[in-house]
Design a protein around this ligand. Sequence first.
Ligand SMILES: Cc1ccc(Cn2cc(C(N)=O)ccc2=O)c(C)c1
Length: 325
Amino acid sequence: SDHQAFTLENLKALTNQLNDYSYAYHVKDEPLVPDAEYDRCYRELQKIEVKHPEWIQPDSPTQRVGEKPDNGFSSVLHTVPMLSLDNAFDNDSMVDFDERIQKLSGKASITYCCEPKLDGLAISLRYEDGHLVRGLTRGDGLTGEDITSNIKTIYSVPLKLRTETPPPVLEVRGEIYMPKAGFEKLNQIAAEKGEKAFVNPRNAAAGSLRQLDPKVTAARPLVLCAYSIGYAEGWSQPDSHYDGLLQLSEWGFKVNDLMSRVEGVQGCLDYFAQLSEQRDGLSYDIDGIVYKVDSIAQQKQLGFVARAPRWAIARKFPAQEEVTQ
Ligand SMILES: Cc1ccc(Cn2cc(C(N)=O)ccc2=O)c(C)c1
């Protein structure tokens, strides 16, 4: 009923209800209610928040679009560096990669986690006691820019983890991307307004995150897909990268549904062939596949060479022919 009393309990219930609806719609792609119903609840929450601003919850959906940061974006040192990936260019280098790992880990067969390499921007999100406190660009891998105000406008970024027992500190890495349909629509609007079109979804996403005004970012169709746990305090993560991503999915993050755990280099090659077929039909751009050793213990044992991990490799597709105008 829309005559519910203006109580703190009702405000909290409405906030949680709206966050459940938004998680279902933006993260699981399985809406629970029609848009009009979401809108009705949203307006009801706004009415209570206007009368009692002191009750507003930090994870209220009304808090996603705030003010511009006073002095632009500050630079922040990553808790754990966001490193780059070596590239594999053909099947032989995949075989070499797998053989090197077998030798170093003393295992006859390696389990890999395969994920599409989304063509967007890598970011790092910090949660303290389950609340989003900071969002950083990858930057140069060691230092990133604080774009928290823009990150909060993205519906698939949880403002609060969906658990009553969150780790005291959790840093999640993911890719911000713009789906192809959103990109086409954005360029259609730009053309109608006589503005310059974006060259591709990656550039459009980058430009949208660089905006000083969060209201502009909020109007861009951006999506976050989580791809790894960067750092955690007070929580021992599972010994499987794949299981870690399933945990992130439970906590409210979108993870890529094409993610797959495979055995040995043949499993990796089969996955690459399969995704090469599916690529053009995906609703977002991908520029390759990321393969990671699934066991976190094996990752630690393998470590890094220079700034790239020994335990992971990316393999790119042939560049797509540019669309001739
Ligand atoms: C009027 C209106 C309200 C909300 C949305 C989009 N949307 C829908 C839901 C929903 N259906 O559970 C949840 C969150 C959300 O952001 C649109 C497109 C239009």
